[in-house]
Every structure is written in C-alpha cells, then in structure tokens.
Design a protein around this ligand. Structure first.
Ligand code: ADP
Ligand code: MG
Length: 670
C-alpha cells in the first residue's frame, strides 16, 4: 500500500525498491515540483546509534553540490519516525537499465566515467566516500546526463553483510576487497567500484559470478582480477589494463584517484594525444603519491572533452553520447592542446605542496568553485577544474548581466526588458520583472544586485535607480515611475549611467558613465553613495578613469570589473565585439596600466576578479585570430609573462568570434 504522504510530500507512485529503502515519486507542494523520496525502514529510528548517524551522514551528503551528483533537497523524519530523504527525480532511469538493454560502447563508457569521475573526485576532496558504486546508483536525467546517487548511504544503512564484520560494505557484486573484509576504506575503494562498473558496462556481466552475497564478497577478496579479454576479446588491451589496475587487490596498486582512472581510460579509448585539463592536472598533483602510472606523465583530455560536449549537445540517439564517427571531424580539428605547466611562483604550486601534507580540504583556486557564462544565447555552468560545460538554460533570447545571488544557487540575468532568476538545481527559470519602456527613447541596460542580495541597481534610459530587490514589489510589468512609487528608492540622474558594480561594503558604486565632460567618451566613475540618505545627499564622485590616469585607446569601455575594494579591470576596443587591451587600475594610487597577460598581445573582454581576488578570469581572442578562449590565472602572476593555458573544453562552445561570455564566478560556500 502506498503511503499518502511522507512529511510534506505527497506520494504519487512507487519507483522501486533497493536493499533497504523504497523510492517513491512524490510531489512537493511547497516548491510545486516532482521529487524522488527515499524512505528508510521506520524500525531503524529505534536505534539511537542509527539516529545519530542518520542525521550526521545525511547532512554531509546533502551538502554535495555537483553537476554529476543527484542533488539531495531535504532530509528528515516525519511525525511517525519515518526517516526519509528527498532528491531530484531522475527521469532517465539508471545505468543498470541501460546495461540490461545492451552493453555500452567504449566511447560512451569513457564519456560516462569521465563525467562521474568529476563528481566523485569532488566528493572525495570533501572526504566523502561513496562506498556503493554500482550501475543502479548512476541515474540519468531527461537529457541523458549521468549522475551519481546514494553517497555514503551504504555506510548509513549497513544494508549489506560484511564478511568479517567491521566497516559496512556496499553491494557484494561491486565491493572492494578491503570493504568486504571490513577493513578501512578510502577513496580508492571507489576507484575499485568504478573498475567493476566499467567491466560491467562493456560486457554486460559482473566480473565475479556468485550465487550468494557472501561468495561474491569472498571472490573480491580471494579471486584474481578477472581478465575482461576472456569475456570480450575485442576490447583494446590498454582498456583491459585500466580495469585490472583499477581493480587491484591492494589499494596502493590502484589509481590514486578516480580522475587518474578516468584519464587513463580516456587515453586508452581516445588515444594518447589528448590533454589533461589544467585543473585536473593540478588535482593529479594533489593526490597521494602512488607509483603506478605516474610515468605516463600529464598527457591530456581536450579531445575527450570535445567529444563529450558534442555528444551532449547533439544527443538524439539511443545512447547518452554520440558515437565516435560523428565527432571525428571535431576532434581532428583540435590539433595541439597544450599541457599546463604550473609557473614557478603561482598559487597553484604552493597549494600543491601544502595539500600533500594534509589530505583534508583542498583550497579552491580563487575562492570560486564554478562559473556561469553565456554563449549563443545559452547559459552554461562549468566547475573550476573541469572541462565539461553544462548547458543550463537554452532559449533564443539574448542574455546579459549574468550574476549570482548570494548563496550560489540562483543565477540572475536580463533578457530584453526583463529580469530572470534561474535555479541551477532544478534549471527552472522564473521571470522576476519586466520594465515597460515608454517610447523608443526609453531603454533598459544595467542590472546589478548588491553583494548582500538586498538591493538592485537598475539603469533605465541612463538614469540609475536603486531599489530593494524585493520580488513582491518587482514583479509583473512595471514602469520607471512604478520603481519610485513606493518611496523606497534612490535615483541618480546626474550622470548618464549604463552599468554599475557595487563595492563590497555597499557604500560605493562604480558606474560606467557616458561622460559629457569628456566629449561623450565612456568613463568609470567611482561614487560614494549613502543609500539611507540618498534623497538628500547625492552621489559624491571620488575618482574617474581612464580619464587622465592612464592612456587608453578608443572612447568605449565594453566591460569592466571591480574587486569591490581598490582594483579594477577594464578593456578597450581594438577589434570587433568589444575585445581590446586589458588594463588594471588602482584607485588608491590612481594609476593604471595595460596588462595583456597572454603573450603581451591583444585582445580581451569580460575580465573578472575571482571571489577572493586571487585569480582573474577573462575571455581572450587574439587580435588576428578567431577562437575565443577563457583563462583563469593567478592575479599575482598576471604580469609575469608565463605561458598560460586556456580552460579546456570550450572550443566547441565558442564557435563564433562574436560571443560575449560575461562569466560570473560562483563563490565557494563555506
Ligand atoms: N532520484 C531518483 N529518481 C528516480 N529514480 C530513482 C531515484 N533514486 C532511486 N531511484 C530508483 O529507485 C529504485 C530503488 O533505489 P535504491 O533504493 O537506491 O536501490 P538500488 O540503488 O539498490 O537500486 C531504483 O530502481 C532506482 O533506479
Ligand atoms: Mg540506489
């Protein structure tokens, strides 16, 4: 019998049952969306140990936020002690369902593992071990993107038997020898699980045949690693070696990290000449030292990544990714993908040494874990250190003013006269407000929410309005005069303001002004504002640049950014589409200089400071070339002339030279 409700969630149907739990499709009335709810046996809550562990573990699991991990929305226990957790409903079925239908190709296998390895590596860095890697725990969304689910649940439910007692184990068919023996597990137990899963994806069979759970577990401890070639002789030998290495009995003999495993698999499948992306290389360096395979060096992942993206964008067949034939032309055009050589003094280098000593938290470069950007009217998300951008919003309207709300779960952007919010967990977009423009002389340009999320600075027809970012007021269609009708507003119309940035303390703004005093050239004005007193005290100009502070070419400022304190990044226009020389300006010393970090040449746009100011992200397009690349480099080293390498995986995304990526870095939440 179907329960009617669990917590506030209305149960609609049963999706399936696993070892311990039942999963239902449910409706969440408060967010009005379909969710999957996993209900654990009520009896478990009688056990005080379990209770404590349930709360602790699930909180941790719910904190995992990664595009390859099924998000957990809510965790709890209802009035009748029913423990449950609520997650995104995954409509695409499980990898186990896929395998039941047919075995997977080498390419699809490598691409799926590549994406999952990103999620798993992210969890490992947070010291969360999955413990139950198996095809049933890989779920697909409607777009056939794979996600891992059930992190740490094996530990929580102790659902399976352990041969010797001790640390609980996952499913016997996939369990690592150390887990089966009840010895201590670490991230390399998940490396083993991925090895078993690759075996099954390619052959449709599990590596050990066993009638009982215990005998399966015992096989993992005692039986030699099975040779996949005896089951499927046409598998390339290199791939067989990858599986053997991943499934080595002693964890010291395995790949040190899942990323190392996935890189090895991709090399075996796609060839030796692909490039490990910049940050994957860094994470390789951060891994505990393991002799195996180190000698192969940091060969790399560009080709794989390109294939992956083409696969996602172009999916229309039965499998999640395109077959290699259809992507051949793309990969061929990607001739040299350079490897990243960490410069001698960069932050990256120093964190590497630091982290090897303490395996716990790994500093995230620049204080950002991801960034969003625009291309072809689409919004993409990309994790720092990864190479596979994820499309999160497609429609055909041009977008601008991309920014994060505090908390990093919501993106705000503008399109036409409207402002939208995009929830990145659900990919749901909601319209916040549309401005009704009066006549052709009225236009909407800048929109920037204050760092605390409470105020919106809005430029309409070059007048600046600052109003509370309150969605009960800002809603529907409103006019300029509606903005001031509540009385709760500041209006600055002395300068013709196109765009704004906020200072960290919300007491200043940097405004992009079309300056009549300088004959209509664009200038950035640094203005002191006193919001509570704005009706009596106007904005006080503190500084203005480029003006006479530094020499600058042209009269326009296509993009600028502020670290919220004294530093600014600005670019001029040397070529089409707002790409030009990049300048750094210091408002304290009132000096600016051209920085052009890539080979000291033009052209750049949309440079951004990272949340902690220690990195900068920018788009680069060589003055005589076409391809747009994004770079993320340590701020301290921008003028050192290092041979910086672009973020990998974006070549297919930026297919025309006319893109305006407008990246927005997401602060790591702590
Ligand atoms: N978030 C989800 N969305 C859709 N189906 C799910 C979700 N989580 C689990 N399922 C399905 O529910 C069933 C039971 O899952 P579970 O209890 O985790 O057992 P197992 O992982 O051992 O199959 C499986 O068929 C699984 O595919
Ligand atoms: Mg499961």
């Amino acid at each position: 019998m179907l329960p009617d409700k669990v917590g506030r969630y209305k149960i609609k149907s049963e999706i399936g049952r696993g070892g311990m739990a039942t999963v239902y499709l449910a409706h969440d009335p408060s967010s009005n969306r379909e969710v999957a709810i996993k209900v654990l046996p009520r009896e478990m809550m009688h056990n005080l140990m379990f209770r404590a562990r349930f709360k602790r573990e699930l909180k941790l699991v719910a904190s995992l936020e990664h595009p390859a991990i099924v998000p957990v929305y809510d965790v709890g226990e209802d009035d009748s002690n029913q423990p449950y957790f609520v997650m995104r409903y995954m409509a695409g079925g499980s990898l186990a369902d896929w395998i039941k239908k047919e075995t997977l190709s080498l390419d699809d296998t490598a691409l799926i593992i590549e994406r999952l390895a990103g999620g798993l590596d992210y969890a490992h860095r947070k010291n969360i071990i999955h413990r139950d890697i198996k095809p049933d725990n890989v779920l697909f969304d409607v777009n056939n993107h794979p996600y891992l689910t059930d992190f740490g649940i094996a530990k929580l439910t102790e659902s399976s038997i352990s041969v010797t007692g001790g640390d609980p184990m996952g499913s016997p068919a996939y369990v690592s020898p150390e887990q089966a023996q009840g010895r201590e597990v670490d991230s390399r137990s998940d490396v083993y699980g991925i090895g078993v899963m690759i075996f099954e994806m390619l052959t449709g069979q599990k590596p050990y045949h066993a009638d009982t759970a215990v005998s399966a577990a015992v096989s993992h401890i005692t039986q030699p690693v099975p040779d996949i070639l005896t089951v499927k002789p046409d598998i390339p030998e290199q791939v067989a070696t990858v599986i053997k290495t991943a499934m080595a009995k002693e964890k010291e003999q395995r790949y040190a990290t899942v990323v190392e495993l996935s890189n090895a698999l991709s090399r075996a499948v796609f060839g030796e000449d692909y490039t490990i992306p910049k940050f994957a290389t860094v994470s390789d360096r951060l891994a505990p030292p393991v002799p195996v395979r180190r000698a192969t060096g940091w060969v790399a992942a560009g080709v794989l990544v390109v294939v992956g993206i083409v696969g996602w964008l172009g999916f229309n067949g039965q499998l999640p990714f395109l077959s290699p034939a259809s992507t051949a032309s793309v990969t061929a055009s990607l001739t040299t993908v350079p490897t990243f050589t960490p410069p001698p003094t960069s932050t990256v280098e120093s964190t590497a040494t630091l982290v090897q000593a303490t395996p716990t938290p790994i500093p995230i470069p620049g204080g950002a874990d991801a960034f969003a950007f625009l291309s072809g009217n689409q919004i993409y998300l990309m994790n720092i250190g990864e190479t596979a951008p994820i499309p999160v919003r497609t429609d055909n309207s041009a977008k601008s003013n991309l920014q994060w709300m505090p908390g990093g779960k919501t993106l705000v952007f503008t399109s036409g006269p409207c402002v939208y919010e995009l929830d990145i967990e659900t990919s749901g977009t909601s319209k916040v407000v549309c401005f009704t423009l009066q006549g052709t002389q009225d236009f909407f340009e800048g929109f920037r929410i204050s760092p605390d999320g409470k105020l919106a600075a809005i430029s309409i027809s070059r007048a600046l309005y600052i109003v509370p970012y309150d969605k009960t007021v800002l809603k529907g269609s409103i006019t300029k005069s509606d903005l001031v009708s509540t009385g709760d507003f500041c209006k600055y119309s002395f300068y013709a303001i196109k765009d704004i940035h906020w200072s960290t303390d919300i007491e200043k703004i940097a405004a992009l002004v079309v300056d009549t005093q300088t004959g209509g050239t664009e200038q950035v004005y640094l203005l002191d504002i006193d919001i509570p007193k704005c009706k009596t005290v106007g904005a006080v100009g503190i500084d203005r640049f480029p003006f006479e502070r530094f020499s600058y070419s042209g009269s326009q400022i296509p993009s600028f950014d502020w670290n919220g304190g004294k530093l600014f990044l600005v670019n001029d226009t040397e070529r089409n589409d707002g790409f030009g020389n990049l300048y750094l300006y210091d408002s304290e010393t009132q000096t600016g200089k051209k920085i052009n970090p890539i080979d000291s040449v033009c052209c750049y746009r949309d440079a951004r400071f990272s949340p902690d100011g220690s990195y900068i992200l920018f788009a680069f397009q060589r003055f005589d070339g076409a391809a747009i690349k994004l770079y993320y480099i340590p701020f301290a080293d921008i003028d050192k002339g290092f041979d910086w390498k672009p973020i990998q995986g974006l070549d297919v995304i930026f297919s025309t030279p006319r893109e305006k990526p407008q990246p927005a870095l997401r602060p790591v939440s702590k």
